[in-house]
Design a protein around this ligand. Structure first.
Ligand SMILES: Nc1ncnc2c1ncn2[C@@H]1O[C@H](COP(=O)(O)OP(=O)(O)O)[C@@H](O)[C@H]1O
Ligand SMILES: Nc1ccn([C@@H]2O[C@H](COP(=O)(O)O)[C@@H](O)[C@H]2O)c(=O)n1
Length: 225
């Protein structure tokens, strides 16, 4: 356990490649990175029936428990562990169990609205926005939601048109202006290498560092050298 020396926020639209970027950084830098997916901070909706939870707008800022996220981020930044909630997309709710998360040298906060909240932005040392065209993002989302999140095609399309797209335009895309760095098309090799160089430079002396040749970008099961 260590007190983090550097916190990064990675925002961007659904399917932009945020998780892929965060995972690549974490895999390269290893145990020195703690990842905080904002999805875990969706409000607890246990008081609603499944059909009601299905109808919630999950792309509006009010869907998230910002107070808890701020509090837990501050706790990690002060070098103490947290009990992080876990989220199940198939049931549209938190699971019953939390996971103990220890702070490490680098914190990576990742999610559609990672740069939305002013207080959270101020806790971050580097703000990244992953920018990918909407058509690419919706195609990726359809594949992911059907395969991994138990959704049907019609539902994914309806949700996209009714809430995901308008909320993206209203709340997510404007946070691009808050970013220090914009990564085009997600995991682009040069941008990721620069990000990893920056992260490695922030590691305390004595931490393991990987040469660029040992770095890999992976998209699910496919690996791109
Ligand atoms: N640069 C890329 N090229 C090709 N596929 C990508 C790229 N970035 C991400 N993907 C794929 O797109 C899907 C969504 O990526 P993900 O990182 O989960 O996006 P987000 O976290 O922004 O929703 C995943 O299946 C991932 O493997
Ligand atoms: N029950 C839920 C909760 C969230 N979503 C969608 O997830 C998207 C954010 O996750 P990404 O990995 O795509 O960034 C967001 O656009 C929500 O619409 C959901 O479908 N169901």
């Amino acid at each position: 356990m260590s007190t983090p020396s550097f916190a990064i926020g990675i925002a961007g639209g659904t399917g932009a490649g945020k998780t892929t970027v965060a995972r690549t950084v974490a895999e390269t830098v290893g145990e020195a990175v703690t990842r905080i997916p904002i999805d875990n901070y969706y409000q607890d909706l246990s008081h609603l029936a499944f059909e009601e939870r299905q109808a919630v707008n999950y792309d509006h800022p009010s869907a998230f428990e910002w107070e808890l996220l701020r509090e837990q981020l501050e706790t990690l930044l002060s070098g103490r562990p947290i009990e992080m909630p876990q989220y199940d997309f198939e049931v549209h709710n938190r699971t019953d169990e939390c996971v103990t998360v220890e702070p490490s040298d680098i914190l990576v906060l990742e999610g559609i609205l990672a740069l939305h909240d002013e207080e959270i932005r101020e806790l971050l040392d580097l703000r990244v926005y992953v920018m990918t065209d909407a058509d690419v993002r919706i195609l990726r989302r359809i594949e992911r939601d059907v395969i991994e999140r138990g959704r049907d095609l019609e539902g994914v399309i309806d949700q996209y048109l009714e809430t995901v797209k308008p909320m993206h335009e209203r709340f997510v895309a404007p946070t691009k202006k808050q970013a220090d760095v914009i990564i085009p098309e997600g995991a682009n090799r040069m941008a990721i290498d620069l990000l990893i160089d920056k992260v490695q430079a922030e590691l305390p002396d004595g931490s393991n560092r990987l040469d660029p040749v040992d770095r890999k970008l992976s998209f699910n099961d496919r690996t791109v050298d």
